[in-house]
Design a protein around this ligand. Sequence first.
Ligand code: SF4
Ligand code: SF4
Length: 94
Amino acid sequence: MVYTIKDDCIVCESCHPVCPEGAIKPNSDSDGYWIDPTLCNGCPDVEVPRCVTVCSVESLAPLQPKKGRCKSSLLRSEERRVGKEGRSRWWTDH
Ligand code: SF4
Ligand code: SF4
């Protein structure tokens, strides 16, 4: 499971050195850190991820996947096609 840093991070810098994957990166344009989702592996070898253990303000949380993006874009493209070709043709073609 991939983790992310929430807005209430107080930039105590405790989590950055404990990540074995080097996934916790300093922000380039502001104070604080972000977690590279391509590097974070959720620390599968320990019960509680190392960054979660050292954070005193509980600012680390599992990254939630975005919901419904593929579904809605597919629906919109189908709606455009139906609009162009006409509903009766769309139904007879499928
Ligand atoms: S969960 Fe583990 S691998 Fe992921 S950012 Fe935290 S310490 Fe690094
Ligand atoms: S340990 Fe928590 S408060 Fe400190 S820098 Fe990391 S996420 Fe922010």
